[in-house]
Design a protein around this ligand. Structure first.
Ligand SMILES: C[S@@+](CC[C@H](N)C(=O)[O-])C[C@H]1O[C@@H](n2cnc3c(N)ncnc32)[C@H](O)[C@@H]1O
Length: 277
């Protein structure tokens, strides 16, 4: 399908819609990104132009169209053990803190979970810790994964991945230890790992209160898409969800500095994380 032109007015109207719907702030010159991602929806929803599709977003709600557009505009880029250091910190430092506290349960929120690699990597590193330190931690680990995109969450819930996605950050030892070969080119996360994780749809702009309290929050590589005001709102509400001394992991290029002063930076040999003050 040929790319559609987008008028200045339609682009502005689309930017407004996207920021209000999911927080994503588009720069002033992202016309190409918008047209390339939305053009494929024209046929599906039987619109003759991007302008008429964007016009429809203003009027009476069309939840399916809105969901599909948000799906098309979100970047779901992820990998296993992304950036390594958050998982090394869990293994080398944090799990032992919960041992010392005799915590009966560790609750972790993977708050922009994408297709599940982050949540399952947390569960795998916990299994590795347990194997290395038998009997040391007798409590349980619960990981709640949420994302705005129902399409990407379907993959997370199915817990089945192809060789290309497994090649991104997963060692052959971990593949062997934590996945079963389904014989059709796909590998499924073993129940020992997936059983600790559950996934549900959640827009970070909406309320988090149904999720309960957490000891650790992963909010990685999503704040970069949001305005300063939305970053402040999300970080402040995440702080309220953390148990005392709870931890926050952000992406390598993200920081609460300048947006929320409820966290203090903790510098460890493996990398940086944030603790609730
Ligand atoms: C780049 S991925 C990051 C995945 C993972 N945290 C990581 O670091 O590998 C960003 C994810 O944020 C999700 N997202 C974007 N806006 C969101 C919102 N308003 N609420 C919840 N999730 C959102 C996207 O659907 C996408 O899956």
């Amino acid at each position: 399908m040929t790319q559609q032109a987008l008028s200045k007015q339609d682009y502005e109207s689309f930017r407004k819609f996207l920021e209000e719907a999911c927080g994503i702030v588009l720069g002033e010159n992202k016309h190409y990104l918008v047209t390339s991602r939305l053009t494929r929806l024209l046929d599906e929803f039987k619109f003759s132009s991007l302008g008429s599709m964007i016009e429809k977003l203003k009027g009476a709600s069309n939840p399916t169209l809105k969901d599909k557009i948000i799906d098309a505009m979100t970047t779901n880029e992820t990998s296993w053990f992304r950036d390594k250091y958050p998982f090394q910190i869990l293994y080398n430092e944090l799990f032992s803190e919960f041992v010392a506290k005799k915590a009966p349960r560790i609750r972790v929120w993977s708050s922009a979970s994408s297709s599940g690699q982050e949540a399952y990597s947390i569960s795998m590193i916990f299994s590795e810790y347990q194997r290395k330190n038998p009997g040391k931690y007798t409590g349980s680990l619960e990981i709640v994964g949420t994302d705005i995109s129902p399409t990407i969450l379907k993959i997370a819930k199915e817990a089945k991945y192809d060789e290309l996605s497994l090649s991104r950050g997963l060692s052959s030892e971990r593949l062997k230890a934590f996945f079963t070969d389904e014989g059709d080119g796909g590998y499924k996360v073993r129940p020992e790992i997936s059983g600790r994780c559950r996934f549900s749809e959640l827009n970070l702009l909406k309320s988090y209160s149904i999720l309960g309290k957490f000891d650790i929050i992963f909010c990685r590589n999503v704040l970069i898409y949001f305005s300063a005001e939305i970053k402040t709102d999300i970080l402040t509400r995440m702080a309220k969800l953390l148990n005392p001394n709870g931890y926050l992991f952000l992406g390598g290029s993200e920081s609460p500095t300048g947006y929320c002063n409820l966290f203090e930076m903790v510098k460890l040999k493996d990398g940086v994380l944030y603790r609730l003050k």
